[in-house]
Ligand binder design. Structure first.
Ligand code: AKB
Length: 313
């Protein structure tokens, strides 16, 4: 039987593309998009949409009942840079939304949950290169604290109440359709737009800051693949490490120059440098590869090629 899916935070960077892919796979009317603001034209025209505050459990329950929802993808969150400015708001949004959805599954209103974690669960004391699945998690950011706590809640609800909650630790996600907002890895999206529009870009991270990254197509595919995996193949219930590529601002600038030879990058670090410096530079995702067959498709070169093909259109 086809799942009926409620996407909370559907108008955001990942939600926009994930919702459309889910509609393609399971049928438009089976995917209920929701957010506190409307989504893009394509989303609003292609299927049901509801305005929902992701922390409002009663409204979420009403919508679950209205459409007979079986799965919730909870994508609403405040990202790392904004969360440093609004710690209390970030904690409230990131935690209360998760606890609301976990409770709804515990109360048997839904069967399955997807909730994204992030490389932000790691901190300055974590091994930086090829960061293992199971390692020190002492984040130094508000966002990281909320994500690491969320991971513990996920495994607690799974152990205590049998809740089928699944999660991935996303690296920085690069996409074209909807710009991210308030993240530390956002430079890797802005650089492509600015390269095409102005042939120059001022980067808020230093030239050799290496971070794990992923193209949106891979992130969407990983998410759906994880949710479609047999429950017995999901051996990790806090969150899976997930990786595709890692690069520095200097390296992405070099990749862009192949398409825009006079592209110029300059560097002016701000408070986001400290956040980036606390995160891993590369991730070991062998558990995801072994447990449920994760494979990425895009590296820096192939992603850049695809981006310019689409941006020029
Ligand atoms: C951010 O930069 O805050 C996010 C993330 C790595 O989770 N993109």
């Amino acid at each position: 039987m086809k799942p009926i899916i409620l996407v909370l935070g559907a108008s955001g960077q990942i939600g926009t593309e994930l919702t459309q892919k889910l509609r393609l796979i399971y049928g438009n009317s089976n995917i209920i998009a929701s957010d506190i603001r409307e989504g893009n034209e394509e989303m609003m025209a292609s299927g049901p949409f509801e305005i929902i505050d992701a922390t409002d459990k009663a409204t979420i329950l009403n919508i679950i009942k209205k459409y007979n929802v079986t799965q919730v993808y909870l994508l609403a969150a405040m990202l790392s840079a904004t969360a440093e400015q609004y710690p209390q708001k970030a904690w409230n949004l990131n935690m209360n939304s998760l606890l609301a959805v976990l409770d709804l599954a515990k109360e048997k209103h839904i069967q399955q949950i997807y909730w994204p974690s992030s490389i932000a669960v790691f901190g300055p004391t974590t091994p930086k290169e090829n960061t293992p699945q199971k390692t020190v998690m002492e984040p130094s950011t508000v966002y990281g604290i909320s994500k690491v706590s969320g991971e513990f809640w996920c495994s607690y609800y799974h152990e205590k109440y049998g809740v089928d909650v699944r999660s991935l630790r996303y690296p920085g996600i690069i996409s074209l359709k909807t710009k991210p907002g308030g993240g530390t890895t956002d430079y890797a999206v802005d650089i492509y737009f600015k390269a095409l529009e102005e042939q120059k870009f001022e980067c808020f991270l230093s030239e050799n800051t290496r971070l794990p990254m992923m193209y949106m197509d891979d992130a969407v595919n990983a998410t759906i693949q994880l949710m479609q995996a047999k429950p017995e193949d999901i051996k990790i219930r806090n969150s899976y490490n997930l990786a595709a590529m890692d690069f520095t601002p200097k390296e992405v600038a070099k990749a862009i120059k192949k398409y825009i030879p006079n592209f110029k990058i300059s560097y002016k670090s701000d408070f986001r440098q400290e956040i980036a410096d606390s995160w891993p530079s590369s991730i070991d995702d062998s558990k995801a590869r072994n447990d449920w067959g994760w494979q990425h498709q895009f590296d820096l070169e192939s992603m850049t090629k695809d981006i310019f093909k689409n941006l020029k259109k």
